[in-house]
Ligand binder design. Structure first.
Ligand code: PMT
Length: 399
């Protein structure tokens, strides 16, 4: 099964309607699509479903409605608001809808909705008369105008015995439509090749030179590009990560292997994104037997590896070229010099050196530089950052 919510962080807001009894199943369906789910319960929703049930299925402590010192001590409202890739309110009662319209911040769930930059989706659920009420109608129109994603409602027999529109969509349908939301099609029809991870430059059969790249940034970009509709080839050095879905993966070891793999099919690509931390040099010899420690000193002679990105950018028929530049200081200056020297269309200057961004971290922060613009993509988890980068590439290509 295609997991369309892979690595997505879904904050499920449960409001007080009878359909709340379906939310443990909804959490399971979201998780089955690959999402990590955290739950915030509104006041009174505990009358319809227990926090313990939602904790058991989500695997995380459930956040209650109140904003107390206790509830703020673990993951507070601002952390939750920042954590989410999407906030899903299900069920969305008439009262919750009205509170969203006025921007109420009277309890944890509504406050998170006001504080978040993430998109908000709502699965309305209420009696058919309440759904057709003029105030609810106007409120829903306001939420649609603000860009909220509205999932449902369904029509049919209701818990109150009436028949009509207002039933919450089935959990499977909600999870599936939420997955659709992330397929934005901005790179539809494009072929994208991405290099990721470190390279391994062998000294002998058991030793080699490598670096701390985990591959995560490149894999996240591969996933974001596939979600944006691209046909993705991921050329990866040695990592411990599972391959993103819908990508053709080519595993390589050394810089020379990576160079060969890229050059053999680069002519079919529209976009090349070089995220790999490729070794600039390799040992000039690779001993076929383990080197013995016979001498007090040992000198390793190194030769330069080909620059894969520069070679791609120098092709007569070249794809749109995006490089990465890991820099500790004078980030924009150094990265701009690399953009010019390698003849690139875009370069992502990666702020490395601290412990929170760069090699082997969950988060990253980049400055995106083109020939005539500089734009900050502030610190975020690598999957969120990858989606922003893919959008920026798609926009830059339209210029
Ligand atoms: O894998 P992670 O743990 O998630 O970490 C991600 C990252 C920090 C490795 C990544 O975001 C990053 O910054 N990658 C570039 C690392 C780097 O050191 O780049 P560079 O300045 O050596 O090279 C500049 C560009 O040329 C890069 O796009 C690189 O892929 C490319 N290059 C470099 C040398 C070479 N021989 N061939 C290349 O294609």
């Amino acid at each position: 099964m295609t997991k369309r919510l892979n690595n997505k962080r879904v904050l499920l807001g449960v409001s007080a309607g009878i359909a709340a009894y379906k939310t443990p199943d909804l959490v399971r369906k979201l998780a089955a699509q690959g999402a990590e789910v955290r739950v915030v319960m509104s006041k009174n929703s505990e009358q319809f479903v227990t926090p313990l049930a939602l904790q058991a299925v989500s695997g995380h402590e459930v956040h209650h409605y109140a904003m107390t010192a206790d509830s703020e001590s673990g993951m507070g409202h601002i952390d939750l608001a920042r954590w989410a890739d999407i906030v899903l309110i299900a069920p969305g009662t008439a009262n919750m809808i009205a509170r969203l319209v006025i921007g109420s911040a009277d309890e944890l769930l509504t406050t998170v909705c006001v504080a978040t930059e993430a998109p908000i989706a709502i699965a309305p659920a209420m009696n058919q008369q309440m759904w057709q009420n003029a105030a609810t109608n106007e409120n829903m129109q306001t939420l649609r105008d603000r860009g909220l994603l509205v999932l449902g409602p369904d029509s049919g027999e209701q818990a109150c015995g009436e028949v009509g529109p207002g039933r919450m969509l089935q959990p499977e349908e909600i999870a599936s439509r939420l997955g659709d939301h992330f397929l934005n099609g901005s790179l539809s029809g494009q072929s994208v090749m991405i290099t990721a991870g470190p390279t391994w430059e062998a000294l002998d059969p058991v030793r080699g030179i490598t670096n701390h790249s985990s591959g995560l940034m490149g894999y996240a970009i591969a996933q974001a590009a596939a979600e944006a509709g691209a046909s993705v080839t991921l050329v990866s050095g040695p990592t411990n990560l599972s391959k993103p879905e819908h990508c053709q993966a080519i595993d390589v070891v050394s810089a020379l292997d990576m160079h060969d793999a890229v050059m053999s099919s680069i002519e079919e690509q529209d976009i090349f994104i070089a995220v790999a931390a490729v070794a600039d040099y390799r040992p000039s010899t690779n001993a076929d037997k383990k080197i013995k420690k016979d001498n007090e000193e040992m000198t390793i002679s190194m030769v330069k590896n080909p620059d894969i990105l520069a070679d791609v950018a120098a092709l007569a028929k070249r794809p749109f070229c995006v490089g990465f530049a890991a820099e500790t200081n004078d980030v924009v200056e150094y990265a701009t010099a690399k953009l010019r020297r390698k003849n690139l269309d875009l370069i992502a200057a990666n702020h490395v050196g601290g412990s929170e961004t760069g090699f082997g971290t969950a988060d990253n922060a980049i400055t995106l530089i083109s020939k005539n613009s500089v734009r900050e993509l502030p610190k975020a988890n690598k999957y969120a950052l990858a989606r922003d980068l893919v959008e920026a590439i798609s926009n830059e290509m339209k210029k």
